[in-house]
Write a protein that binds this ligand. Structure first.
Ligand code: G6P
Length: 470
């Protein structure tokens, strides 16, 4: 797809709406207009960025920095090739919206992270406090889109942060075509009912007010329609459109000097040992702890592996304002120390753990890995699994949880299975993947690569646009 397809889709302009924007700004007294722009973080920007850059597409996003708030006052602004419209939200409302609702409530419900014995335990006032902040932020987004969207635009609303915009927007702007896309799984009825009062129902009403709702997997689509049926909400049209990696972008990173330097460092670190790798956001649903449990079980069961394997765990911090994430980060670091203490020797550190964001190093690790472990409890897609399949230089094997959306495409095409709670089976899968004979490794790697390359960001975007037309 070239840029012209995205500017005018069947004559319709495009508006993208997401919590995290494609550009963020820092206050800078030396800059001519008082702020300095830099590319935003996150997968959505790297996936969609190349297609909407230097086009008329307007991207509406939340302000997250002081510089963003300065820019929010200026309406639609062009920076780094993007036409962005930032929404100013006061910091307290922001924390209630993002930490309390998006990341402690909705994220947990969609990923099955509640532990019903202890939590959730909603305080009185939750529905009037944090949930009201979630409503307000969604209303602010809806008002901005109502004001700035060109006539007849297709509006692509991204993810669980923004589920309540559609009813107001439909009323204010009946000309717009509204599509919602969930990057997460979706909560089945039992987990949605764990949210307080009528929150689950309001969420579904908000989503069903779009012309169509999209998901990475038919399983999440089914959970959505099931929840709608259980809570008495007539569902809208739904569609399934898994995202795929941007191969050109990956290749560019893979051949960049920083990645080559990182690869040389990894060569030094690993030597002639086997290399197991994981690359994740430091995120509860990624199941990092049970990954180490499985590795420990493997070392316990098979002493001949001592000294012959290194587990590179390259994670990066996330959602540090949410106490459960801070506790998790500490638990992960402690577990690494335990395993290294137990098995390590003067010449061998079993786990090479690094919790700092270093994208070139992550890419280098996926190239260098003999086995990549992706064992989430539940995951909308997991793009890393697909990226690993494209990046490997050693017929790298993929040990994958069937609870990742990507399992639909990769499960029957070369991936080894690791049920996320079955530590013993994960340990065996790691061992089998490490020991697979070269012809089997090559076959699996070939199948994985073909399956991972089958979907592209352009295809994914085109599917959302088509859903807005139907
Ligand atoms: C998931 C979500 C995205 C989110 C990303 C990073 O992939 O589906 O919406 O942007 O995690 O999380 P963060 O909270 O840092 O934006």
């Amino acid at each position: 797809m070239d840029a012209s397809d995205t500017v005018e889709h069947q004559g319709r302009p495009i508006v993208i709406v997401s919590n995290r924007g494609p550009v963020s700004f820092e206050v800078d007294g030396d800059a001519p207009d008082g702020v300095r722009a830099r590319r935003g973080a996150g997968g959505l920007v790297s996936g969609l960025g190349p297609m909407v850059r230097d086009t008329d597409t307007i991207w509406v996003a939340a302000s997250m920095t002081d510089g963003d708030r300065v820019v929010a006052g200026r309406g639609v602004t062009t920076a780094e090739g993007f036409r962005v419209r930032l929404i100013d939200i006061d910091p307290d409302t922001w924390v209630a919206f993002y930490d309390r609702v998006c990341n402690e409530a909705l994220w947990f419900a969609h990923h099955g992270l509640f532990d019903p014995v202890y939590e959730p335990s909603w305080p009185s006032g939750w529905a009037d406090g944090p949930w009201e902040a979630y409503r307000q932020v969604n209303q602010a987004f809806a008002a901005a889109v109502a004001r700035d969207a060109p006539a007849d635009a297709v509006v692509l609303v991204q993810d669980y942060h923004l589920c309540l915009m559609a009813p107001a927007l439909r009323e204010a702007r009946p000309d717009l075509h509204l599509v919602h896309f969930s990057h997460t799984p979706f909560a089945p009825p039992a987990w949605l009912r764990m949210l307080p009062g009528a929150v689950g129902r309001e969420l579904l009403d908000g989503m069903a007010a779009h012309h169509a709702c999209g998901f990475h997997s038919p399983r999440w689509e089914h959970d959505f329609t099931d929840s709608c049926a259980a809570l008495g909400v007539p569902a809208c049209r739904t569609f399934v459109a898994p995202l795929g990696p941007d191969e050109a972008d990956l290749e560019a990173t893979a051949s960049a000097p920083a990645t080559q330097a990182a690869r040389a460092e990894l060569d030094e670190l690993v030597g002639d040992r086997a290399f197991i790798v994981r690359v994740d956001r430091l995120e509860l649903s990624k199941n990092v702890l049970r990954g180490f449990d499985a590795y420990e079980a493997l070392l316990d069961a098979e002493p001949h592996r001592h000294g012959t394997v290194v587990f590179g765990a390259f994670v990066y911090p996330s959602r540090q304002g949410v106490p459960a994430y801070d506790r998790y980060a500490q638990a992960v670091a402690a577990r690494v120390a335990e395993v290294n203490e137990r098995f390590g020797t003067a010449t061998w550190t079993p786990i090479a753990y690094d919790p700092h964001d270093d994208y070139p190093r992550s890419v280098a690790a996926l190239q260098r890995a003999d086995v990549v472990l992706v064992n989430p409890i539940r995951d909308g897609l997991n793009l890393v699994a697909k990226e690993a399949a494209l990046l490997t230089r050693r017929d790298g094997q993929l040990v994958l949880s069937p609870e990742a959306g990507a399992w639909d495409e990769l499960g029957g095409n070369g991936a080894w299975r690791a049920d996320p709670f079955d530590v013993g089976a994960t340990a065996r899968a790691l061992g089998d993947a490490l020991d697979a004979p070269p012809p089997e490794r090559a076959r699996r790697a070939r199948e994985l690569r073909a399956a991972a390359a089958a979907r592209t960001p352009a295809r994914w975007l085109a599917d959302q646009l088509a859903a807005g037309e139907a």
